[in-house]
Design a protein around this ligand. Structure first.
Ligand code: SAM
Length: 277
């Protein structure tokens, strides 16, 4: 993982600054000190002891297993049946779908790092001995990037961590950090607020739409935009409706857009997949 200064981003690639801090700070945050207390608090709540641990989602309605090798095992068929019976959560289904799109050595984007579980899942999908994979992760909150960094410290190897670049920035600017010549296979959005964090800091439909436009541009054919969207918090339904509108307008010749939801749990997270043909 690398520490970058977002201020030096615009116009040129970033400079690696410090070995033990592994994320990029936006100009407004770059002078503030790393909150080690919050990292420690988070780390102690996610200890790994050879068995999966549970991770709670933004609306507290889902949990996800985590494991050192690959957080995604089993078959797509199994996970869909489990989802059908209410035993798998939306984010777990998303991780399985990613497995069918992402290959070792791919470049992927986590547009909302949060506590890092999606970043870690993506890293496990792209990383192999060739060190070709690349994960670009971002979040507007420094504490989220710290949590992500801490999670990767625990569950990713030093070689795997080398493939990750983390940025404190809005996903609407993702094109600033992904080089033009990189073919991105997947852009993952897990919207809403940071679980365990400030519930007032949420993704907003205007920036989400800008980010989706950017994701559309950087995605390679055969790539996927994966969105987990929540309607239980203020602004969530509006954001979901805007995304649905956006997805419905994409031309069918080049995009296949799907939604997955639990009908009798109106506040359950919804999954939206935009597949670029
Ligand atoms: C539900 S959490 C993400 C969960 C995360 N993917 C995980 O695996 O733990 C949503 C995150 O989106 C972040 N966020 C809000 N607005 C954003 C923006 N414009 N750009 C990037 N991240 C944003 C929040 O700070 C929050 O951490």
């Amino acid at each position: 993982m690398k520490l970058y200064s977002y201020s030096s981003l615009l116009g040129r690639r970033l400079v690696k600054c410090e070995r033990n801090l592994k994320y990029c700070l936006s100009p407004s945050l770059s002078s503030s000190k790393t909150n080690t207390t919050s990292i420690a608090a988070f780390a102690s709540s996610s200890e790994f002891n050879g068995v999966p641990i549970s991770v709670v989602g933004a609306d507290s309605s889902w949990s996800s297993p985590i494991c050192r090798d690959s957080p995604v095992s089993g078959s797509m068929e199994q996970v869909m049946v489990e989802y059908l019976f209410g035993r798998k959560k939306a984010t777990e289904v998303a991780h399985y779908v990613w497995k069918h799109v992402v290959q070792k050595g791919d470049a992927v984007v986590d547009a909302t790092c949060g506590n890092g579980y999606d970043t870690l899942a993506l890293l496990k999908l792209v990383a192999d001995k060739t060190q070709r994979g690349q994960v670009y992760g971002m979040d507007v909150q420094k504490i989220a990037i710290e949590s992500t960094s801490s999670l990767l410290d625990q569950f990713a190897s030093p070689d795997e961590k080398e493939l990750v670049e983390l940025f404190v920035m809005s996903h609407s600017q993702m094109e600033d950090i992904v080089p033009n010549d990189v073919a991105v296979r997947l852009v993952a959005f897990n919207l809403g607020y940071l679980p365990g964090g400030d519930k007032k800091i949420i993704t907003r439909s205007e920036t989400t739409l800008l980010a989706l436009e950017a994701a559309k541009r950087i995605l390679t054919p055969g790539g996927l935009i994966s969105i987990v969207t929540y309607v239980g918090h203020p602004g969530g339904r509006e954001e979901f409706e805007k995304i649905e509108e956006f997805a419905s307008r994409l031309p069918v010749e080049s995009w296949n857009c799907c939604r997955l939801q639990v009908l009798n749990r109106p506040l359950a997270p919804m999954l939206i997949f935009l597949f670029k043909r």
